[in-house]
Every structure is written in structure tokens, then in C-alpha cells.
Design a protein around this ligand. Structure first.
Ligand SMILES: NC(=O)c1ccc[n+]([C@@H]2O[C@H](COP(=O)([O-])OP(=O)(O)OC[C@H]3O[C@@H](n4cnc5c(N)ncnc54)[C@H](OP(=O)(O)O)[C@@H]3O)[C@@H](O)[C@H]2O)c1
Length: 272
């Protein structure tokens, strides 16, 4: 399967680097990237074919990974639509907010379109990506799309494209919520007398360790929380403050606000 990356920025580099590290042959890939400095970097880092214009990259490509900014997608489609119209390709978009129907309208109805929403930790192989494919995308095409995103971490399929807005609010924007928690925990540690670098290391390592434990699945997050909370102890004292201060309600409101904003941005991109 020849795969063309359209756009050679952060996300394309992460996906390409992951695929090569997993043993995919580099001859399978070509990257279209307009910036000369980026092209040089891609060549140096990955030793794959790199071209300037996206129309030069797609003639033999069965799979196109659309890794440009959402605002750049219209120009990419205008350039590619006449070139790829001769046969069906698998188009995998990582662009936030662009819906399958809008991509089909821009690139033509012949193609298999899979929309995905990765998140920032994907850049270090620790991401989670939600994927959505319309009913005309077959199992083999879904598997190909999933394999591309698996190079950057975990994947999950959605059955309803509208859920992408909630995904954007939970895992897309989510890293920022955890950075905020780390910042707050660090500041609180400093306020209790810890040296700043010690407080930061404690906060980051604790977030990392808690995430790993939760991921191992030896209990639900609630069970894990209960297992580290003795009645009348220090953790219970802290959790009483967080629960009493309305942390859960705050998260519900924050995620609802992000979901609404994601829908609005999708509407703006679609010109509605
Ligand atoms: N990075 C993340 O954490 C993240 C997370 C989730 C989703 N995403 C999505 O992933 C997409 C890519 O994000 P990114 O962070 O990788 O952005 P990026 O680093 O800016 O990469 C996009 C690249 O595409 C290039 N490009 C622009 N027009 C092109 C064209 N016509 N043909 C070929 N290449 C073209 C850009 O070149 P110029 O610099 O010259 O414009 C840039 O190098 C975005 O749609 C974003 O929503 C990113």
C-alpha cells in the first residue's frame, strides 16, 4: 500500500516515525510538504521521498493521510481532486473539526473517508485517537486507517460522527486539563514548603504513575481511588475538599463547553 502524507508537520512526522519504527518499509511512503526547511528535516529524519506539491505525491498512492491544518484543507482538495478522481483511495484525515461529508464534498464522493481525532501525546507515541468511518468504508479500509493511527498510541472507533465533538472535549483538549492539575498540584506543594523543582517532579511523576495504574485496569478509577483512601486519612481530607468544592461539576461544565465549541468550530469550517 503506497501511502502519501499530505502535510509534513508535527502529526505527519509522528505517524510516519511510528510506522517506520514499527518496521514499515520506507519505500511505501511519500510526503508532500511546501516548506523547504521542513522537507529537508523530513528527508534527514526519515529518509523517505519528499515532494513540494501534494499533486506530485498522490499518483501511485492508495492511502492519503491528510495532515494539514483544517483551514488549509480546501486548497489541498482543490489541488488533489482532479488528480485522484480516477480511482478510489483511502483518505485518512487528522484535521480537527472537518466532517466526513465536507471532506467527501471537497475530495469527491468516490473515496473511502476516515476521520480521526488524535491528541497531543500522539507526538510521543502515547496518544489516543478516535476514528469514524461512514458506512461505505469497508473493513479492510478501516483496518488500514486504524493501523496508521496505532503508530501513535491507542485507538477507539466511534459509531456516530457527532460524538467527535465530545471526543475533542475529552481527549483532544484533555491533556490541557491534566497540565492544569499538575500546575495546581505543584503550586500547592510549593505553598506547603516544598522546593519548586521537587514539587514539580512529585506532581508530574504522580500524574504519570496514576495514569499508568489506571491504564493497567486492575480496578476502575473509582476503585483505585478508594484503594488509596483510608477513612480519616490524608487522602480523604484532600478529597473531601475537592468533592466539596465541586470538582466533578466543574469537569462536567468544562467538557460541555468544549463540546459546544467543537460543534461551533465544525460549523464554521463547513461554512454553515
Ligand atoms: N499537533 C497536534 O497535537 C494535533 C492533535 C490533534 C489533531 N491535529 C490535527 O492534525 C493536523 C495537522 O496538525 P499539525 O500539528 O501536524 O500541523 P503542522 O505541524 O502545521 O503541519 C501541517 C503541515 O502541512 C503543511 N501544508 C500546508 N498546506 C499544504 C499543502 N497544500 N500541501 C502539503 N502540505 C501542506 C504545512 O506547511 P506550512 O507550515 O507551510 O503551512 C505544515 O508543515 C491539523 O489539522 C490538526 O487539527 C493535531
Amino acid at each position: 500500500m503506497q501511502t502519501a502524507f499530505i502535510g509534513g508537520g508535527h502529526m505527519a512526522s509522528a505517524l510516519l516515525g511510528g510506522a517506520l519504527a514499527d518496521g514499515a518499509p520506507r519505500e511505501r511512503f511519500i510526503v508532500a510538504e511546501p516548506l523547504a526547511a521542513q522537507r529537508e528535516r523530513l528527508q534527514r529524519e526519515f529518509a523517505v521521498r519528499v515532494v513540494e506539491r501534494s499533486s506530485e505525491a498522490v499518483a501511485d498512492a492508495d492511502v492519503l493521510v491528510l495532515a494539514v491544518k483544517p483551514q488549509q484543507m480546501g486548497a489541498v482538495a482543490r489541488e488533489l481532486e482532479p488528480v485522484i478522481g480516477n480511482r478510489r483511495r483511502l483518505l485518512v484525515s487528522v484535521a480537527a473539526g472537518l466532517r466526513c461529508a465536507d471532506l467527501a464534498r471537497a475530495f469527491g464522493p468516490l473515496h473511502a473517508i476516515v476521520r480521526s481525532m488524535p491528541n497531543r501525546p500522539a507526538l510521543i507515541g502515547a496518544g489516543i485517537t478516535a476514528l469514524y468511518a461512514g458506512p461505505d468504508v469497508d473493513a479492510a479500509e478501516r483496518a488500514q486507517a486504524e493501523a496508521i493511527l496505532r503508530a501513535c498510541g491507542d485507538t477507539v472507533w466511534l459509531t456516530d460522527e457527532r460524538q467527535m465533538d465530545a471526543v475533542t472535549a475529552v481527549s483532544g483538549s484533555g491533556p490541557a486539563y491534566f497540565f492544569l492539575v499538575i500546575e495546581a498540584l505543584e503550586a500547592a506543594g510549593i505553598a506547603e514548603g516544598l522546593a519548586p523543582e521537587v514539587a514539580r517532579r512529585l506532581a508530574i511523576a504522580t500524574a504519570h504513575g496514576a495514569g499508568l495504574l489506571a491504564q493497567q485496569g486492575s480496578g476502575t478509577p473509582a476503585e483505585l481511588r478508594e484503594s488509596v483512601t483510608s477513612r480519616g486519612g490524608t487522602t480523604a481530607a484532600a478529597l473531601a475538599v475537592l468533592e466539596g468544592g465541586g470538582l466533578r461539576t466543574m469537569f462536567a461544565r468544562a467538557v460541555a463547553a468544549a463540546t459546544r465549541r467543537s460543534t461551533e468550530l465544525g460549523d464554521e469550517l463547513a461554512g454553515r
